[in-house]
Design a protein around this ligand. Structure first.
Ligand code: 8YV
Length: 317
């Protein structure tokens, strides 16, 4: 039996078995390897009904426009800021993400960054490795208490909720900012992001990326969070005005930051790398064996269902 054709935008190299598993089920058109991408799409367009992609690559307006037979876009991850949803919706193309399976691991990394930032864990690690402890050269500064403090969450979706729940275990007062208040959670709603930043010790970003949230966290918000406040970002780099953040971290106007995502990944501002009040991670919040396995399974299930009955299992639209 011939295998269905699948356009794969990029390698799923964040999970070693994934590309092989896709290739065992589908005839893969490797978009990322094509030198003339427009010609490649023209050549294969007539046979392409489904696209597999990743959160960081998405599916552009141009790709969608070049594929008149396209009916499904299955992405590996929950972020859809790089998928042109308007074009997809206009043509009734279904889009699936991998919801829920990564909530816990992403929330764990948010907490890892928060704790590392408050208690100088990265800094302490560098201090010991540099033999400052053994040689009695300098001291590590005191950290900030986490337990019992105020936690503000921007974007109380599935991941935001998992972060909030962990906050209760640290006896924190948890508030959140969303476009609308939720009636199904025990946390305090704050309609104003500025107020949330003002009253929070830790502000965690778990919102969607894309134009609707670009530079939502600007100078004013970071000033409100202040010299004793810490900003944690596991959402998208675009949510923060990054140059302003770097300036404010360097000057001490903002107390600290724990960052898994950046505006121009994988480029991280050099000045940020020099600062001891920040903890930096290379966009790996979902990167555990268990979660990446579950994300791959979710993409495979969506594709399987699409080719069997035309319907995605975890449709976004
Ligand atoms: C992805 C992510 O693993 O789900 C998302 O939106 O950002 C991550 O979980 C990563 O971007 C790979 O595409």
């Amino acid at each position: 039996m011939t295998k269905p054709l699948l356009l794969q935008i990029g390698s799923f190299n964040g999970h070693a078995p994934a590309d092989g598993e896709l290739a065992s089920r589908y005839e893969i058109l490797q978009y990322w390897k094509a030198t003339d991408k427009a010609a490649f799409l023209r050549e294969h367009a007539a046979g392409i009904e489904a696209v597999a992609t990743t959160a960081n690559l998405g599916c552009s307006t141009e790709i969608i426009a070049a594929l008149p037979k396209l009916r499904a876009i299955c992405t590996w991850g929950v972020g859809y800021d790089k998928i042109d949803l308007d074009s997809a919706a206009a043509r009734k193309i279904q889009v699936s993400t991998t919801p829920d399976v990564l909530n816990d691991c992403v929330a764990d990394i948010a907490w890892g960054l928060l704790l590392a930032c408050a208690r100088n864990i990265g800094w302490g690690d560098r201090f010991v490795r540099a033999n400052h402890w053994e040689n009695k050269t300098g001291t590590l500064p005191l950290g900030a208490r986490v337990s019992g403090k105020k936690l503000g969450i921007v974007g109380l979706g599935r991941i935001g909720e998992a972060i909030a729940r962990r906050g209760l275990g640290f006896d924190m007062q948890v508030s959140y900012h969303n476009r609308k208040a939720r009636t199904d959670v025990p946390y305090t709603y704050q309609a104003s992001l500025l107020e949330l930043a003002r009253e929070s010790d830790f502000l965690v970003l778990a919102t969607v990326g894309g134009p609707s949230t670009k530079h939502l966290v600007n100078t004013e918000i970071m000033q409100a969070l202040g010299p004793n406040g810490r900003l944690i970002n596991i959402a998208r780099g675009s949510v923060i005005d990054e140059p302003a953040m770097v300036r404010m971290l360097a000057s001490g106007e903002l107390g600290g930051a724990g960052l898994d995502v950046f505006e121009n990944e994988p480029k991280v501002p050099d000045q940020l790398k020099q600062l001891d009040n920040v903890v930096l991670m290379p966009h790996v919040a979902s990167a555990t064996h268990e979660t990446r396995r579950a994300m791959t399974d979710c993409v495979l299930e969506n594709l399987q269902s699409f080719f069997a009955n035309g319907k995605l299992v975890t449709p976004l639209i």
